[in-house]
Design a protein around this ligand. Structure first.
Ligand code: S3P
Length: 460
């Protein structure tokens, strides 16, 4: 099979963390940030575009795919499961599907690196086909809970052939000859659990239903409809009930990936806290299940403007302008967590510059991200002279009204968002902030440092 990397000499390649020494990176306070930028494509949608391309019949064309390590792992796995995946130009990818029921047994281990989303969604795909697939990843992924995915898949007929202690990767999964449709109430507000069950339901002869108490990002539901499946979403007292008619004829189509709001968060917060800054981030996805950070920043008094709202590929996007100004501490309610789950590290940084305390409630799920983000954020704040307390699942950050000491060395624990969040802090703190390793930034935002420098940031 021809792979994208062979086709284009400048194609992105996967970073292997295990063989490289840590490369620290520091940010320094300096000039204001100014300019207009476009951050890369959304990670959640990019994974799904490749996965749906694999499961569809015919050709899927993806524009503005995020060419970052996590997504490249999903592209490799899609190839191993039988899709033809080629990179035609920067961000433009073509997937020739194997079709539902048509997956091939992978010849070797599916190594997902740092990627929770790619691995978990692919477990739903492979675990609903009569093939054996082995999943593995880096030291961070090897710590993350997979029982939350395996439990419903076992109910759907899959067999866990082997697993690392505690339900972790490396694990081998064998799908049944015929997948059983189930009704599943997700035990945690997780789009990854919901998506794994729905993707498994695609290869089952009946209706698969997922009920979620709190709404989580709905990219899988949207993409199911976009590729021609019949899916209904009902808001009920118990939460959102999503019902999918199994074994649809998914047809290859076009997917245009909007800019990732989770990546946009870094330059936007950087502009809000760095004196004299004004930054516009273009084309940012405004899906309401992803914009909890923006809602919170506006409540904190941030000078944020939305321009040029329009629809692209089934999602609303806007250009967002953020300008420096004073922020005030707020209380962030627990029910907002799913819509900003990846943004708490950078919100904690914004909160450290705000006047007064910020209380973030209901952060339980942060403990099972690429790192224990609750602990990593608290430690990073302490290292930079910010008082913060964890109480149960809540985090209280004592804001300084713009006087963040900085000067700390932050342990990133193989977590890209911890690295980027604290690098934002160092742009406006009194002393520089160092992240112990920059390598993981490539899992979601390979051009982060270059883009921030383009805005005027001092990063090295
Ligand atoms: C994602 C869902 C979230 C999020 C992750 C991407 C997705 O995880 O943290 O970065 O694309 O479905 P959970 O659904 O497990 O909270």
């Amino acid at each position: 099979m021809v792979t994208g990397r062979r086709l284009l000499p400048t194609s992105p390649s996967i970073v292997s963390r295990s063989h490289t020494a840590a490369s620290p990176i520091a940010s320094r306070p300096g000039s204001p940030l100014r300019g207009r930028i476009r951050v890369p494509g959304d990670k959640s949608i990019s994974h799904r575009a490749l996965i749906f391309g694999l499961l569809a019949r015919g050709e899927t064309r993806v524009e503005n795919l995020l060419e970052a390590d996590d997504v490249l792992r999903t592209a490799e796995a899609a190839r191993a499961l039988g899709a033809g995946v080629t990179r035609e130009a920067e961000g433009r990818w073509r997937v020739v599907g194997a079709g539902i029921g048509g997956l091939r047994e992978p010849a070797s281990v599916l190594d997902f690196g740092n990627a929770g989303t790619g691995s978990r969604l692919m477990m739903g795909v492979a675990g609903s086909h009569p093939i054996t697939a082995t999943f593995d990843g880096d030291a961070s992924l090897r710590k993350r809970p997979m029982r939350r995915i395996l439990d419903p898949l076992v109910r759907m007929g899959a067999t866990v052939v082997s697993e690392a202690p505690g339900g972790r990767v490396p694990l081998s999964l064998r799908g049944p000859r015929e997948t059983i449709p189930i009704t599943y109430e997700t035990p945690a507000p997780s789009a990854q659990i919901k998506s794994a069950v729905l993707l498994a339901g695609l290869n089952s002869p009946g209706i698969t239903t997922v009920v979620e108490r709190q709404a989580t990002r709905d990219h899988t539901e949207r993409m199911l409809s976009h590729f021609g499946a019949t899916v209904s979403v009902a808001e009920e007292d118990a939460g959102r009930r999503i019902a999918l008619v199994g074994q649809p004829d998914l047809k290859g189509t076009e997917v245009v990936v909007p800019a990732d709001p989770s990546s946009a968060a870094f330059p936007l917060v950087a502009a809000l806290v760095t004196p004299g800054s004004e930054v516009v981030v273009e084309n940012v996805m405004m899906n309401p299940l992803r914009t909890g950070l923006i809602t919170t920043l506006v409540e904190m008094g941030a000078a944020i403007e939305f321009m040029n709202r329009r629809d692209i590929g089934g999602e609303t996007v806007a250009d967002i302008r953020a300008s420096y100004g004073p922020l005030k501490g707020v209380e962030v309610p627990p029910e907002r967590a799913p819509s900003m789950i990846d943004e708490y590290p950078v919100l904690a940084v914004a909160a450290s510059f705000a006047a007064g305390p910020t209380l973030m409630r209901g952060l339980e799920e942060l403990r099972v991200k690429e790192s224990d983000r609750l602990a990593a954020v608290a430690a990073g704040l302490a290292a930079n002279g910010i008082a913060a307390e964890i109480s149960g699942d809540d985090l209280l950050v004592h804001g300084t009204g713009g006087k963040v000491p900085g000067g700390g060395l932050v342990a990133t624990h193989m977590d890209h968002r911890i690295a980027m969040a604290f690098l934002v802090m160092g742009l406006a703190s009194r002393d520089p902030v160092t992240a112990d390793d920059s390598a993981m930034i490539a899992t979601s935002f390979p051009g982060f440092a270059a883009m921030m420098r383009e805005l005027g940031a001092e990063l090295s």
